[in-house]
Design a binder for this molecule. Sequence first.
Ligand code: FES
Length: 65
Amino acid sequence: MDEQAIIDGLKTICYCKGIPKKVFLRHIAAGASTVEDLKALTGAGSGACLGRRCTSRIEDLLKKS
Ligand code: FES
């Protein structure tokens, strides 16, 4: 894994819970295929904004994978 990929993986996807992109990518690689799967596995979407800020970013990760 190159340096840029490592930095990219540290980008925060769910701000309320402080969950970085690499956590979502790991679950997608293991078979998670829906936003609901990823929310259940990571706790994303259960923060103060109830997913208003992170849901579209999770959807984007799934589209790109
Ligand atoms: S940013 Fe994910 S629950 Fe608020």
